[in-house]
Write a protein that binds this ligand. Structure first.
Ligand SMILES: Cc1cc2nc3c(=O)[nH]c(=O)nc-3n(C[C@H](O)[C@H](O)[C@H](O)COP(=O)(O)O)c2cc1C
Length: 471
């Protein structure tokens, strides 16, 4: 339920007042969690080095916030992987990974109207003439990408009748010194706003925000109906009004502390080539609506940084896209099925897998819960249900439950012919998918005793390893 409140006083998820400035966020975070920020002082290439470093760290199970002060060919430093860790994402909301969904729902559902300010860092430099987008900081993330891309471009568009602001991410590559090629392939609300513009035979005024505070980034993936101003969701997440300035030409409200903002129009009649691009599935996708964004004004702060999102099936890309969806699904599921104790969307399954833990009281309950989730979440293909004592945040624990509790002839349910993600390389040509529930709960007839180590021995082991310097 969305509700309007003027301030977000709360005690449930305590946190310090959030600055809306990314630079302050980074400084504070570094000071508070120095082990969770990795600064690479060596100069790196803008051609895949950043993605390669991120991937190498992820293979070691590490996901620090990464800062690259020197990137060859770029006029500014790069920060990336902010959302690569759910611990970090949860901290922004005064939560832990276990309470992240609840905290997200709590803050995001409090709509806080924006506050217009007259002076702001984003007004430091406003270029209206001689626009040259080749000076924009762009990174090639994957060898298979068509070109260097802006991956963290959040397009702000206002409804022509109500002024309600829509936020959505759209990758962009250089098309000409004044134009970007972009894609609205998720055919979300921006696509609908563009359809209105097309009907009215006008271009659609937009502002692309390249880099802002992480809570603004999170608000841009909020799942709210068209007409709800997502800048007010950002206000909810901040616990105070999002401070905005109006763009010079079309008066679009953009964050006062953004790093770079491009103001211009999407031309509903133009089509330009764009993609392939590394998508959340881990595959390179050619799917694009091939839109043209004509840039008329560049705004940036003096000390701007490029805040990048690595894309592909990086944890950051998956977390950003998923946290709001997961949170909504978990709230719905727990409300309807009180037996559900935990839900987890593993990054190994991109957007297609979910694990549910429950305290089953009636036979068949796990199946009903899985059907609920498979029906509600448009992306899911596979849900695995386990008992409440299985840690759903660990792939290995869920696979163990599957190995030992599950009988294929008895515990599988499939549904075919449902709409699927157009980016799923395995789905049929007509865009449908099948969905599957795997019931890996023990069930009423299960008869086995788990081999366990006594708590006293576990405590002794901690002491032994501690003294050996291994803990
Ligand atoms: C990092 C990131 C990049 C994304 N890139 C694109 C993109 O290039 N094109 C697109 O259509 N959707 C992209 N998406 C998905 C949309 O931003 C997302 O579906 C959004 O919620 C749509 O919002 P809307 O329905 O309010 O327009 C991306 C999402 C994330 C998190």
């Amino acid at each position: 339920m969305l509700e309007k409140v003027s301030s977000a006083e709360n005690r449930r998820f305590p946190r310090a007042r959030q600055s809306q400035d990314f630079h302050e966020y980074l400084n504070d975070y570094r000071a508070g969690h120095p082990d969770d920020v990795l600064v690479i002082d060596e100069q790196v290439s803008s051609d895949q080095d950043i993605t390669a470093v991120l991937w190498a760290l992820a293979e070691q199970g590490k996901s620090p916030l990464l800062v690259f002060p020197k990137v060859a060919g770029l006029t500014m430093g790069v920060a990336t992987n902010i959302f690569g860790s759910r611990v970090r994402a949860a901290r922004m909301l005064g939560a832990t990974p276990q309470t992240l969904h609840e905290a997200y729902q709590f803050y995001a559902n409090q709509l806080v109207p924006t506050e217009l300010v007259s002076s702001a860092p984003i007004l430091d430099v406003v270029e209206r003439q001689h626009i040259d987008l080749s000076s924009l900081p762009m990174i090639r993330h994957f060898e298979t990408d068509r070109a260097p891309y802006i991956t963290n471009g959040i397009i702000v568009a206002e409804h022509p009748d109500t002024g309600a602001g829509n936020l959505s991410y759209h990758r962009a590559m250089l098309h000409s010194p004044t134009e970007l090629a972009t894609s609205l392939h998720s055919r979300g609300h921006l696509w609908r706003l563009l359809a209105i513009a097309k009907e009215r035979k006008t271009p659609l005024p937009v502002a692309m925000v390249i880099g802002a505070h992480p809570l603004f980034m999170l608000a841009a993936t909020a799942r709210v109906p068209l007409g709800v101003d997502e800048r007010e969701v950002a206000g909810g997440l901040f616990g105070e009004p999002l401070r905005i300035v109006k763009t010079p030409r079309y008066g679009i409200g953009v964050p006062a502390c953004a790093e770079i903002v491009l103001e211009g129009v999407i031309d509903p009649t133009a089509e330009v080539q764009e993609g392939p691009f590394g998508e959340f599935t881990g595959y390179s996708s050619n799917r694009s609506t091939n839109n043209l964004l004509r840039v008329e004004i560049i705004m940036r702060r003096k000390n701007a940084m490029l805040i990048d999102v690595a894309g592909g099936n990086s944890a950051e890309h998956l977390n950003l896209g998923r946290i709001p969806r997961e949170s909504e699904m978990v709230e719905k599921l727990k409300e309807r099925f009180p037996s559900v104790t935990a839900v987890h969307y593993p990054s190994s399954g991109t957007h297609f897998h979910a694990y549910v833990a429950l305290k089953q009281v009636r036979p068949g309950e796990a199946r009903q819960v899985m059907l609920g989730l498979l029906g509600w979440d448009p992306y899911l293909k596979t849900v695995i249900a386990v008992d409440h004592d299985v840690d759903v945040s660990q792939d290995a624990s869920v696979l163990w439950a599957l190995a030992t509790h599950f009988q294929p002839h008895r515990d599988i349910l499939t549904v075919d012919g449902l709409p699927g993600s157009a980016l799923d390389p395995s789905s049929s040509g007509i865009g449908t998918t099948s969905r599957m529930g795997l019931d890996a709960t023990r069930g009423p007839d299960f008869d086995s005793v788990r081999a366990e180590i006594s708590p006293a021995s576990i405590a002794r082991a901690a002491g032994i390893l501690g003294r050996a310097g291994k803990l």
